[in-house]
Design a protein around this ligand. Structure first.
Ligand code: UT7
Length: 336
């Protein structure tokens, strides 16, 4: 048995900055409400004419991660791509990355676990490396949210929160099992599936042909729906539980945490967790202020920035944790 460890990190965010004041010009919202309730000051939304997509952003992040890993692209054995906003209904963007990188005919897996997508994705990659099946795996989280949200006042509780961007890591085999990803912990509770969901396009709801025939601008099934307060209450409980689960599995105390990188859902959630675990500002990394919630991309972007800023050092215990649509949640305990 091996462990896996992260040897390359990359990120990509679109140039186009959209501030809270910009949003107040297109819907009934304001900087004070958004800042107070979420901590977000601005987010990146791709410009329609840029041609950027979930795939193209993921590819840029992947190229940076591979370059920083020191590996040749040909040494990548497998791709895992997490997103809720793929370019196509099918196939998923993993195969687009395989083609664009020109890597043989390696496998490409798409992960559909929304805000927990990156944790699920590195967990899958970690298992493949642990068993020895693959040595080097590229894991990507990328989202283009801005194209699929209701930017009128009707959708303001969702649209002010979500942003576009991508992050990626390269995982490789680590023979010392006291280093690298020590454990991952995954959970779901599908009874709450529709508390945070986008029902269309999907084959469980209305027939796509009927939606098209109706051509009804009031049909909201293509927009995400979120029961915000219910999600918030569940998030704070599950974040705490799954962090504790990870620490206990490794016989670690909360004092062992050098860096906690929570999924960037809401600064208030991160602050609640920080307080609960008695962590200092230096022990929790947040960048939701700049990027909003980028779903599956939020943890790899934050991890990349924390590393770039020198906030993660060799030997540190790094904890990743996420909660979101599904509900799904998870954590990863890493010895850097
Ligand atoms: O990443 C996946 C996991 N997601 C999360 O963890 C998100 C969890 N939930 C949240 O972060 C919060 O619930 C929100 C930030 C989404 C909303 O904050 P809230 O404090 O729960 O507000 P609320 O939904 O209870 O709405 C309060 C008021 C409402 O007005 P009334 O009914 O009190 O008159 C809303 O209509 O705020 C209004 N409102 C807004 N006002 C200005 C909702 N959105 C906006 C807005 N600007 N953008």
């Amino acid at each position: 048995m091996y462990n896996s460890k992260i040897i390359g990190l990359g990120k990509y965010v679109p140039d186009n900055i959209v501030t809270n004041d910009d949003l107040s010009k297109i819907m009934d919202t304001n900087d004070e409400w958004i800042t107070e309730r979420t901590g977000i000051k601005e987010r990146r939304w791709v410009k329609p004419e840029s041609g950027e997509t979930t795939f193209t952003m993921g590819l840029e992040a992947a190229k940076m991660a591979i370059e920083r890993s020191g590996l040749d692209t040909d040494e990548i054995d497998f791709i895992v791509f997490a997103t809720l906003s793929p370019d196509y209904f099918f196939p998923g963007p993993g195969v687009q990355v395989q083609e664009a990188l020109g890597i043989k005919t390696i496998g490409a897996l798409d992960v559909r676990n929304q805000c927990s997508g990156f944790i699920y994705a590195i967990s899958v990659a970690d298992q493949f490396i642990k068993t020895g099946m693959y040595k080097n795996i590229l894991v990507i989280g990328s989202e283009l949210q801005s194209k699929g949200i209701d930017k009128s006042t009707r959708g303001r509780d969702i649209s002010v929160i979500f942003g576009d961007g991508a992050g990626a890591v390269v995982l490789t085999r680590e023979e010392d099992t006291t280093k690298g990803i020590l454990s991952t912990h995954l959970h779901s509770e599908g009874k709450h599936a529709l508390e945070l969901a986008s029902e269309a396009p999907g084959m469980g709801g209305r027939w796509i042909t009927d939606i098209i025939a109706d051509n009804n601008p009031e049909d909201l099934s293509y927009y995400p729906y979120m029961n915000g307060q219910f999600v918030f209450k569940n998030a704070v409980v599950r974040f705490s539980e799954v962090i504790i689960e990870g620490l206990m599995k490794n016989n670690l105390d909360k004092d062992a945490i050098d860096m906690l990188i929570p999924h960037q859902a809401n600064l208030r959630i991160a602050q609640f967790i920080q307080k609960k675990f008695g962590l200092s500002d230096d022990q929790v990394f947040n960048n939701i202020q700049k990027y909003g919630n980028t779903t599956a991309a939020s943890i790899p972007i934050a991890l990349c920035e924390a590393w770039e800023e020198g906030k993660i050092k060799e030997g540190d215990t790094v904890v990743l944790a996420a909660f979101g649509s599904g509900f799904t949640w998870g954590s990863a305990i890493i010895k850097w």
